[in-house]
Structures are given as structure tokens and as C-alpha cells.
Design a protein around this ligand. Structure first.
Ligand code: SAH
Length: 406
């Protein structure tokens, strides 16, 4: 039994799932990892949690129901419920996609687990020790409900150091681990009438950024006849929507040459499939380049629309101050260079940066660029990446569509 220090229990009673070491009564900290009952200093039940001294969050709360101990059944049931909440996606009632998230970590009451469906394949990403040690239960539960062709499970490289995990990829078929003898074939996924090719098990995030699904569609209303810059384009999500919606031209940039190649082949594939207009190839360029340098060097007043979707610049709260500067510079340069009345679609996927802080940063950018900025739309992550009210950290993707007035 772990006792929470007086005054540190409030958030936990409100179902916040993270407990750091300073909140636990020293004398109640167990010697071994495992499931623990967590109580207030006067002995009131708070939740069931899993303690692990090697995790950067030593105690993670799983169940606030005293009768529901997080055992095998709990894992099976919680995973099943998470998947069933996405029923509309399986029935293809959401933006016509076969790529979507079925488990969104703590927001689905499952710490350190993200799982995405890509057609017949499921990709599981583990970012906490508790998920790693229960991975066979996770695999079995997904297998039992979905019977996918394959489950690919890997640890999240950006959490391996702080969670003391190794960078590992495992493959499962019928719930059994196996070692693929050859490279997995590329597959094709579909989202809102546009196709993307990806190699199962490789690529960034879990291979595709389905959290931006709705925002890519949103972009379409601003790009007719526009000259568009897609900074941090990855495999062309925003670029292809801009091409489809009649942009005059789209210049895509990404620091990864794989992403740039994949983008061009995605455009080709969609032209051949008839899902993008014939002339799309002539309207697009894709360049391997750093977005900071790109924005520094592009001509002023060239672009009507700029999309900035950089990677997580703040990995942790500790790196937040530097990240704010980076977000500020990036957006300042875009505001300086965009055409008068241009549309800036700016994103931050850093969970450590709150929506309010991101707005403040954008205000600094506007001030330094000497422009007025209007917020036209306030957007976020797609509904298969829900935000849990008791866990504000699950709101990680902030997107503003801005008009830059000069
Ligand atoms: N908008 C994309 C997702 C972008 S993810 C979509 O809709 O699919 C962020 C991208 O930024 C990644 O592809 C990564 O390779 C790229 N990136 C990371 N650092 C960068 C940098 N300094 N300059 C340009 N691109 C960068």
C-alpha cells in the first residue's frame, strides 16, 4: 500500500494518473515493482496503481474503482473498451480512412500504450515500463478482438532512456512472436480519398500522422489558386490536400530525404489512381531542407499559405523554454515572409506546451514580425486521439489557422 502525502492527493482523486516520487510517503514506498493500492494520508482509497522505481513516473494509477484491481482481466477489458470506442472508424464512418488510433495512452486509461490500425496491420508503441511488462496481454487482447494480419510492437525511442527500456521491435502473428525473414511489403492506406504508401514497422510516429486528419481537410478551404509552402511535410498529408483543392503550386520541405521521396511517389500514385488532378506533378516541388533555414532564405511575399507542422520541439517540461524560442522564431519568420493577408496554419504537437502558452508564443512572434494576426480557427487532434479531461497532458496537438495582416 502506498500512502500519498497530505496535499498531494487532490489531482489523483480527480483521476490524474501520474504520481512522482515526491508525492509518496517515503516509508510506504515498496521495495519491489508491482500493483499497489494507493491511499490518502488518512487511509482513504484513491486508486490502484503500478509502482516501478525505474520508471520516470514511478507510480501510475490505473483503476479508481476499489473492486477493479488491474489484473489480466482488467487489461483485456480496458483494451477492448478502447477499441470498441472506435467502432465508427471500423465501419468507415470517419473521413473514409483505414488508418486510425485505437489506443491513445492515458487518455484511454492505458498508460504508455499507443496503438494504430493500418488496414490489416496494428502498430503498437510502448513508452512506459508498465506497458512493456504487460505487452503479451496487450497483444493477446488486440489479437482476440481484431485478428489482424500482424501486430508490430516497438518501444518509443524518445522514452527509452528515461524509462530504462531498450529500442526493440517485435512482430506477432496470431498472438505469437515471430521473426520476419524478409522485408515487409509496402502497403497502401486511404484517408479522405487520398492514398499513402507506407512500410509497416518503419517511418516516423507509427508510420503516419493520423492525428492531423481533420486539419488536412480543413486546409482545403484556404488554398484555391494559392502559392503554398508546406514546411515539415513528411509524406505529403497537407501537400496533397492542397493539390487536390486547387493550389497553384505547393513547395514541400522536410529534413528527411525518405519523407521527401515518399511524398513525390505518393503524389504520383494518387495521380495514377485519379485521386489527385492530372497536373498535380507539375504543381509540386519537394526538397530536403531544414525548415528554419528555408524560412530564412525564401523570398518575401511569395507564399499565400504557409503550413508549419514541426516535430515535437519540447520533448519534456525541462526543454520547454528553448522550445518556446524555437516556436517563436519559426512563426516569426513565417509571419515576416508570408504575403499580406496570408494564411498561416501553425501546429505544435509538444504536450509540454499548453495551448495558452502556444498562443502567447504566437503573440510574441507577431510582435517581433510587426504584424497583426487574427485567429480564424482553433483546431486540435482528431477524435481517435481523445483528450481526457482529468489528464490535460493528453491535449498535445494545437493548431491555429491564422490570417497575417500587414
Ligand atoms: N504534416 C505531416 C506531418 C509532419 S511530422 C503530415 O501531415 O503527415 C514533422 C516532420 O518534420 C517530419 O517529417 C520530420 O522529418 C520533419 N522535420 C523534423 N525536423 C525538421 C526540420 N528542422 N526541418 C524540416 N523538417 C523537419
Amino acid at each position: 500500500m502506498i500512502v500519498i502525502k497530505q496535499g498531494k492527493e487532490k489531482n489523483l482523486l480527480r483521476h490524474h494518473p501520474w504520481v512522482f516520487s515526491g508525492a509518496m510517503e517515503e516509508s510506504s514506498i515498496p521495495a519491489e515493482s508491482g500493483v499497489q493500492k494507493v491511499v490518502t494520508s488518512d487511509g482513504r482509497f484513491i486508486a490502484w496503481g503500478v509502482y516501478d522505481s525505474e520508471s520516470h513516473i514511478q507510480l501510475r494509477l490505473l483503476s479508481w474503482d476499489e473492486d477493479s484491481v488491474p489484473d489480466e482481466q482488467w487489461w483485456g477489458r480496458t483494451i477492448r473498451e478502447s477499441i470498441l470506442r472506435r467502432r465508427a472508424f471500423f465501419e468507415d464512418r470517419n473521413s473514409g480512412t483505414n488508418a486510425f488510433r485505437i489506443i491513445h495512452g492515458e487518455a484511454d486509461m492505458l498508460p504508455g500504450i499507443a496503438a494504430d490500425v493500418y488496414g490489416r496491420i496494428v502498430r503498437v508503441i510502448v513508452s512506459a515500463r508498465v506497458a512493456w511488462s504487460n505487452r503479451q496481454l496487450i497483444v493477446d487482447a488486440i489479437e482476440g478482438i481484431l485478428h489482424p494480419q500482424m501486430i508490430i510492437l516497438n518501444t518509443d525511442a524518445s522514452f527509452c532512456a528515461i524509462e530504462h527500456l531498450h529500442e526493440v521491435t517485435e512482430y506477432y502473428q496470431g498472438g505469437q512472436r515471430f521473426t520476419p525473414t524478409e522485408k515487409l511489403e509496402d502497403m497502401r492506406i486511404r484517408e479522405d480519398g487520398i492514398y499513402y504508401s507506407l512500410t509497416p514497422g518503419s517511418g516516423q510516429k507509427s508510420g503516419f500522422y493520423c492525428d492531423q486528419r481533420e486539419n488536412r481537410i480543413r486546409l482545403e478551404r484556404y488554398v484555391k489558386d494559392a502559392v503554398v509552402l508546406d514546411g515539415c511535410s513528411y509524406t505529403g498529408g497537407f501537400t496533397m490536400h492542397a493539390l487536390r483543392a486547387g493550389a497553384r503550386s505547393v513547395d514541400a520541405f522536410d529534413s528527411s530525404s525518405d519523407a521527401v521521396h515518399r511524398l513525390l511517389s505518393n503524389v504520383n500514385m494518387n495521380v495514377e489512381l485519379g485521386t489527385l488532378p492530372e497536373d498535380s506533378r507539375d504543381r509540386v516541388t519537394a526538397t530536403k531542407a531544414d525548415i528554419f533555414e528555408t524560412l530564412r532564405s525564401i523570398a518575401r511575399n511569395k507564399y499565400d499559405v504557409i503550413v508549419l507542422d514541426p516535430p515535437k520541439l519540447a520533448q519534456t517540461i525541462k526543454s520547454l523554454e528553448n522550445a518556446k524560442k524555437a516556436y517563436k522564431d519559426l512563426n516569426r519568420m513565417a509571419m515576416e515572409r508570408i504575403k499580406p493577408n496570408g494564411i498561416l496554419v501553425t501546429c505544435s504537437c509538444s504536450g509540454a506546451l499548453s495551448r495558452e502558452d502556444f498562443r502567447t508564443v504566437l503573440a510574441w512572434s507577431a510582435k517581433d514580425a510587426g504584424v497583426e494576426v487574427q485567429i480564424l480557427e482553433t483546431l486540435g487532434q482528431a477524435q481517435d486521439h481523445p483528450i481526457r479531461l482529468s489528464f490535460p497532458e493528453s491535449e498535445y496537438l494545437k493548431v491555429f489557422i491564422l490570417r497575417v495582416i500587414k
